[in-house]
Ligand binder design. Structure first.
Ligand SMILES: NC(=O)C1=CN([C@@H]2O[C@H](COP(=O)(O)OP(=O)(O)OC[C@H]3O[C@@H](n4cnc5c(N)ncnc54)[C@H](OP(=O)(O)O)[C@@H]3O)[C@@H](O)[C@H]2O)C=CC1
Ligand SMILES: CC(=O)N[C@@H](CCC(=O)OP(=O)(O)O)C(=O)O
Length: 308
């Protein structure tokens, strides 16, 4: 029998994109909730308990409610919200993050899908921290730009309603308390909370996440090529992964840093730029906030859990 998948929140931004990605799949059965019942606890409870895998595409509180409505021992969960990303008993749903993480996810009953922002910074920083090239207590700064779909249905409606009057460039997170900080610190293996300052751009989808590095403050100053080699080695030979590393190159500018180029794919491409004379570098990840940043990652995790 085909495994049953229930997307709780299937009418939202992330849920809809998961549905689209699964629309042609014949190896799974989608349990769909009638639109008028989508917030009805009893109907949700029934579908949650009937599912082999429930994918939660809900605000944090509603995701916690869904988990509490599961009364059996068989339904496995992928949660797209922030609720469980550093919680005990939950596997972090970034399969490429380490050599064994895909196996951990494949066996897990509870998987927390990563936040869109942290994934790019974890992908570039973790290999360097593990290799000892960037100290765990280095005062990391992360910044980036995301399309407005990152803010879900309400932000999409707001940008679309404003049309040409919508802001082209809107920095936020200015209290430096973004909800992604705990997972970013934990899975990049940092001992200090990073400074994270994101931006929303007036485009729907896609993102660029950057980590500038002042290498001169490190006890041993690595060259740009060493940073690149460590990152490239880290992801080399990972079967079925979606993280790729661009060749080491030092252009003044490049069209590869267009946030929209991997839209509607699950790709994440990493870049290292450096000036060895100045002991400066910048790590950059480019991907789709709704692909590897959300819905694509959820489908990747579902496939791992199904052994597909
Ligand atoms: N957009 C993105 O790029 C990413 C989003 N996420 C996370 O994924 C989750 C979903 O986000 P997103 O799809 O953007 O958000 P949306 O606001 O687009 O969708 C959320 C959906 O959940 C529904 N919902 C709200 N409360 C309940 C409830 N109690 N019971 C059932 N359904 C409910 C909403 O209905 P209604 O609109 O009628 O309230 C809406 O359809 C969030 O936790 C978000 O933080 C994670 C990574 C990236
Ligand atoms: C542009 C924008 O507003 N983006 C969202 C992040 C979206 C995301 O990653 O979702 P989670 O909330 O589930 O982590 C934000 O910064 O809060």
């Amino acid at each position: 029998m085909a495994p049953k998948i229930f997307i709780d929140g299937e009418a939202g931004t992330t849920g809809l994109q998961i549905r689209e990605r699964l629309a042609t799949r014949r190896d799974i059965e989608i349990l769909s909730i009638p639109a008028e019942s989508r917030k009805d606890k009893a109907v949700r409870a029934e579908l949650l308990n009937a599912a082999d895998i429930a994918i939660l595409c809900l605000p944090d509180e509603a995701a916690k409610e869904s988990v509490s409505l599961i009364s059996n021992d068989t339904t496995r969960v992928i949660d797209a919200s922030t609720a469980y990303r550093v919680a005990e008993g939950w596997a972090y749903g970034f399969p490429e993050m380490s050599k064994d993480q895909a196996d951990v996810i494949a066996k897990a009953k509870r998987v927390a899908n990563p936040g869109c922002w942290p994934q790019g910074a974890i992908a570039t920083l973790r290999p360097l921290v593990e290799a000892g090239l960037v100290a765990a207590d280095y005062p990391v700064t992360v910044h980036g730009i995301s399309g407005y779909s990152g803010g879900g249905r309400s932000m999409i409606e707001d940008y679309q309603a404003k049309g040409e009057d919508a802001p082209e460039y809107m920095p936020y997170g200015l209290t430096f308390n973004h909800k992604h900080l705990p997972e970013l610190k934990a899975y990049a293996k940092l001992s200090r909370v990073p400074l994270f300052q994101p931006i929303v751009g007036n485009f729907a989808q896609g993102m660029v996440v950057s980590v500038p590095l002042q290498l001169s403050v490190l006890p041993t100053i690595p060259k740009g090529a060493e940073l690149h080699a460590a990152i490239a080695d880290y992801y080399a030979g990972r079967k079925g992964g979606f993280v790729e590393v661009a060749p080491f190159d030092n252009p003044e500018r490049t069209p590869e840093l267009n946030p929209e180029i991997y839209n509607n794919t699950n790709r994440m491409r990493l870049h290292v730029f450096a000036n060895d004379d100045k002991a400066q570098a910048m790590l950059v990840a480019v991907y789709d906030n709704l692909g590897k940043g959300a819905s694509g990652a959820a489908v990747q995790n579902m496939d791992l859990m199904l052994g597909a």
